[in-house]
Ligand binder design. Structure first.
Ligand SMILES: [Fe+2]
Length: 355
């Protein structure tokens, strides 16, 4: 049974580490990439877009063999497509740590015991039980002042079926709002809180190393690489909208949850196999691992992530996906780069001109 209440264990617990301090990470590696990603894409046997709005599968390439230039181009592809997916990777855990280090400072989840990675396991039981966690959409620990940016999950073992992960584009979720709602949400802030995760962790026998926090982040954020407007919604951690009254906040969050859950056209669903990898942009993608229906002891993964910038909202420099497409006159579902945005050139969109 899940306990979300104040218990003796909760009252007696004192986390050992101080709160994290805000910091400015090094420049995003995507800015160092060749906007056409020639080195990465020429090394791969195929780069297949899996859906119109999110997800590209790279084939015929090993993460363990990437040059620094290819790593930067991979970051740009992740920023543009939300998630990049690969199968049959031979990368070791040590090599995965080194790859993460290329992109920034290793992030650490409050419940993460090993400083270098999180071990992800299966989720089962009564997944519809009150307070059951793990099946809801989320971006990983968005309550941090510097939430993760680039996040890589590699599954080392998988059940024959079950435990798929669904990724949804928050760039597209913002774009599909009516102009009236877009305007209404711009400038608002969501209060992202780790209270519930903290309580559930301790009551479940965990020992989180930081106290819970609540951080106000823009409800619509500017992606630093693409300069696209991104909905910064997170049904797992947002408790309320800062600027709204109680009932207003409650109903707007209920609307946003329905908007997200209805958006099957803006998702990609990834069926894991041993050695498969999802490398996503935690700033512009929410995800959920489908729980239940399989032997949870058969699912295990290793997740590494790096700290991103503090989410920001820059209305002067950002535009919606539709505005981007209209301005550039691109066909398809293009998510261009900041470079393409600033120069106003469609050449900045990537090797095939439309990502
Ligand atoms: Fe997650």
């Amino acid at each position: 049974m899940v306990q979300n209440t104040i218990t003796p264990a909760l009252l007696a617990y004192s986390p050992p580490d101080p709160p994290l301090k805000e910091f400015t990470p090094a420049k995003d590696r995507a800015f160092f990439a060749d906007t056409e990603k020639r080195s990465l894409l020429s090394a791969a046997s195929a780069a297949e877009d899996l859906t119109p709005y999110i997800g590209t599968e790279l084939k015929g390439i090993q993460l363990s063999q990437l040059t620094d230039q290819q790593k930067d181009e991979l970051a740009l592809l992740v920023a543009e497509r939300g998630v990049v997916l690969l199968r049959d990777q031979d990368i070791t855990l040590e090599q995965q740590h080194a790859l993460a280090a290329h992109y920034g400072i290793q992030d650490r989840d409050p419940n993460q015991q090993d400083p270098n990675h999180v071990t992800i396991i299966g989720r089962g039981g009564n997944i519809r039980a009150h307070g059951h966690s793990g099946g809801e959409y989320h971006a990983d620990h968005s309550f941090e002042v510097n939430p993760p940016s680039y996040t890589l999950l590699r599954l080392v073992k998988t059940p024959p079926y079950g435990g798929d992960t669904i990724f949804t584009s928050q760039t597209a979720l913002f774009d599909k709002l009516s102009p009236t709602f877009q305007k209404a949400f711009e400038g608002l802030h969501g209060i992202h809180s780790s209270d519930r995760a903290y309580v559930a962790s301790i009551n479940g026998g965990g020992s989180p190393h930081r106290a819970p926090i609540a951080t106000a982040h823009p409800l619509v954020r500017t992606h630093p690489v693409t300069l696209l407007k991104v909905l910064n919604y997170n049904p797992t951690f947002i408790e309320r909208i800062e600027e709204l009254n109680g009932q207003e906040s409650h109903h707007i969050l209920a609307f946003l949850r329905e908007h997200l859950l209805q958006a099957n056209d803006l998702t990609v669903r990834w069926k894991w196999t041993p050695g498969s990898v999802a490398f996503w942009d935690n700033r512009s993608v929410v995800h959920r691992a489908i729980p239940g229906g399989y032997d949870v002891t058969l699912r295990e993964g290793k997740r590494t992530a790096v700290y991103g910038e503090r989410p920001f909202w820059d209305p002067e420099r950002s535009e919606s996906l539709s505005q981007r497409l209209e301005r550039l006159g691109a066909n398809g579902h293009a998510i261009g780069t900041a470079n393409g945005h600033e120069n106003g050139k469609s050449e900045g969109l990537g090797a095939n001109g439309a990502f």
